[in-house]
Write a protein that binds this ligand. Structure first.
Ligand code: PXG
Length: 288
């Protein structure tokens, strides 16, 4: 397996970074998770834009252009001969010394991993997923804005541990004042009386690329959509609930905590969105 590391393609066991890298010492860096479908990179431009936006938010200057970054992704995919891949794009503050001061880090580290993607089992898409509400609340936007896709994912990992404790795959994360934010690696949507809702990202959620795609599909197919502050009770009594993310795509939710979502099976609007999403991934993307 070839890894892109700071401008070169190197073998996996040669792709090593310094123990003084602030990405490792402090989680000081940003990343993206991107996917390809049958030789097409899905929403590459949007992912790269979000990477630079996240970097800007932590005042990290990425030393190459967006276009060179996109080329680097394509070069890495070609080198690994992967048709359906998961891409992890990482930019760290770079090696510094033992101390927080980012000025000590002279050169950001850039690496790109392209690998096979591990998917959720098919039955979750057919029968729906069970999730629980995490005890761990989402980071306050005023402290570390969840809109920044930073390497500091402990908040999400702690919530994931909550999920694992309850024997489920995903956990719902609430804001500090009890509103629905998102899941550990997915955005959340609900359907009520034929209308589609998701929380605004300003509550403390990542502005998911898949979220944006779903909103776009909804608008084009005539499903009424709006952003709305959502309480756990609203979700419990929703007609349909589903999650969106690069890895998960669109995945129906049939149970939250001990509450069964209406019908206990994927709803019709969810299924329609899943179908439209699948169609899009087959035709829409950057060929490599
Ligand atoms: N919220 C959070 C906190 C995320 O990390 C999403 C929502 C969905 O965003 P996108 O842009 O993917 O629709 C994410 C994305 C992984 C993995 O390796 C995680 C994500 C994406 C891809 C892979 O677990 N999280």
């Amino acid at each position: 397996m070839k890894i892109y590391l700071d401008g070169a393609l190197v073998e996996k066991d040669k792709a090593v970074i310094s123990v003084f890298d602030h990405g490792l010492l402090y989680g000081d860096g940003v990343f993206e998770g991107i996917r390809t479908y049958n030789g097409l990179v899905f929403r590459l431009k949007e992912h790269i834009e979000r990477l630079y936006k996240s970097a800007g938010a932590i005042q990290l200057n990425i030393p190459i252009t967006r276009s060179d970054m996109a080329d680097a992704v394509v070069i890495t995919l070609r080198a690994n001969n992967l048709k359906d891949a998961y891409i992890r794009l990482v930019v760290t503050r770079g090696p510094g010394d033992l101390g927080l001061d980012p000025r000590k880090c002279k050169k950001p580290t850039i690496f790109i991993i392209t690998d096979r993607i591990t998917l959720y089992p098919k039955e979750f898409y057919q029968n729906g997923l069970k999730i629980v509400t995490a005890v761990t609340r989402r980071n306050l936007p005023q402290a570390l804005d969840p809109r920044i896709k930073s390497l500091n994912y402990l908040n999400n990992i702690l919530a994931k541990i909550d999920a694992i404790k309850y024997g489920v795959e995903e956990a719902l994360m609430l804001t500090s004042d009890g509103y629905v934010a998102e899941c550990t690696g997915d955005n959340v949507f609900m359907v009520k009386a034929g209308n589609l809702f998701t929380p605004p990202v300003s509550v403390g959620a990542l502005e998911g690329i898949t979220r944006a795609v779903v909103i776009d599909i909804a608008r084009k197919t005539g499903i009424t959509f709006s952003e709305k502050m959502i309480r756990p009770d609203d979700l419990y009594s929703a007609d349909e609930v589903f999650l969106t993310g690069t890895a998960a795509e669109i995945i129906p939710v049939i149970m939250i905590d001990d509450k069964v979502i209406k019908g206990s099976k994927p709803g019709s609007i969810t299924l329609r969105l899943m179908e439209e999403f699948k169609k899009l991934t087959k035709v829409d993307g950057v060929r490599y």
